[in-house]
Design a protein around this ligand. Structure first.
Ligand SMILES: NCc1[nH]cc(CCC(=O)O)c1CC(=O)O
Length: 315
């Protein structure tokens, strides 16, 4: 069966319904339309509500389990209710259903975290006792490590909700991904783009992945036209690091791979104690073809040097 998308037989793109998720789905659609000379009507955006979207009154940690924002979308993909699914790779569990693959990564956005505050210019500028709002265990641990005197409060919700809480004075500052702000046309909201040397981003932050059924060769061919190999290599190294640590986007783990001018892949990784009392850091350099092994090796090295009990938060 020919699966060239047409207005009468559109390619169904599954996504969450948040403004950011929709922006990512639209970007994917526009890149596919451009790459294959198709009209936008040859694509249909299908919004899928996930457990994480439904339950907003409890912290993500409390809800537990991985894939809170992806499970229902992957089920729809497995059941052929949609043809592809668009995800923030940061939110993707490291283990995937066997019948699905992600072998299409779009050109990566800004990987940095944004410091957002109406009162202070940066984390360093905040006086002891000031309040940071964040629901990310990674950001909480990194803040506690750098600035043990600050207070931390839970801050869940999408970008708009979190900015509203900041307006209401629930906290003096918060962190958001620069990538999310950029995709919403809201980069100006960032008070400071924090250099990765000060706050190493989450694994795969700023990367969009497009998932498909493993058996779907025609869709694989369509997607290969919009895959960005450099971004894919970087995400491969970072996710291999996370996979060996059995981490998720709700663990105090950070990782960033970059490609130097000479083509060398440079991977940095970091594991924190959830209370910020200690941090393990390491790095690896090598050819992009070794991306997965580099991530795995770096994780193994950090695990081997971790003091007894350091990784207890994983169990
Ligand atoms: N965990 C939620 C989430 N997943 C992806 C992004 C932003 C976009 C990205 O990092 O690709 C965000 C929001 C945030 O961290 O501020």
């Amino acid at each position: 069966m020919d699966r060239t998308p047409t207005p009468l037989n559109p390619l169904r793109i599954g996504t969450r319904g948040s403004a950011l998720a929709l922006a990512q789905a639209h970007e994917t659609r526009d890149r596919l339309a451009e790459a294959h000379g198709l009209p936008p009507e040859a694509f249909e955006i299908v919004i899928i509500r996930t457990t994480g979207d439904r339950i907003t009154d409890r912290s993500l940690r409390e809800l537990g389990g991985k894939g809170l924002f992806t499970r229902e979308i992957e089920q729809a993909l497995s059941n052929a209710e949609i043809d592809i699914a668009v995800h923030s790779m940061k939110d993707m569990p490291v283990l995937q259903p066997e019948d699905l693959v992600i072998d299409c990564i779009l050109p990566r956005e800004d990987v940095r975290d944004a410091f957002v505050s109406h009162r202070y210019a940066s984390l360093a500028d905040m006086p002891d006792g000031a309040v940071i709002g964040s629901s990310s265990l990674r950001r909480q641990s990194q803040v506690a490590h750098r600035r043990p005197g600050l207070r931390l409060v839970e801050f869940r919700g999408n970008v708009q909700t979190r900015l509203a809480k900041l307006e209401q004075g629930v906290a003096d500052a918060t962190f958001l991904a620069m990538a999310g702000l950029a995709r919403l046309g809201m980069s100006a909201v960032a008070t400071q783009a924090v250099p990765p040397s000060e706050m190493l981003p989450a694994v795969a932050q700023g990367a969009i992945g497009v998932e498909r059924r493993a058996s779907d060769d025609q869709i694989a061919a369509l997607l290969s036209a919009i895959n960005d190999p450099a971004s894919a290599t970087r995400v491969t190294a970072e996710r291999a690091f996370l996979r060996r640590l059995d981490g998720s986007c709700q663990t105090p783990i950070a990782g960033l791979a970059e490609i130097a001018a000479d083509g060398t892949l440079h991977l940095r990784g970091e594991i924190l104690r959830p209370d910020g009392s200690a941090v393990l850091r390491g790095e690896r350099r090598g050819p992009g073809s070794d991306a997965a092994r580099m991530g795995d090796d770096l994780a193994a090295e950090l695990l081997a040097t971790a003091p007894a009990g350091f990784m207890d938060f994983l169990s």
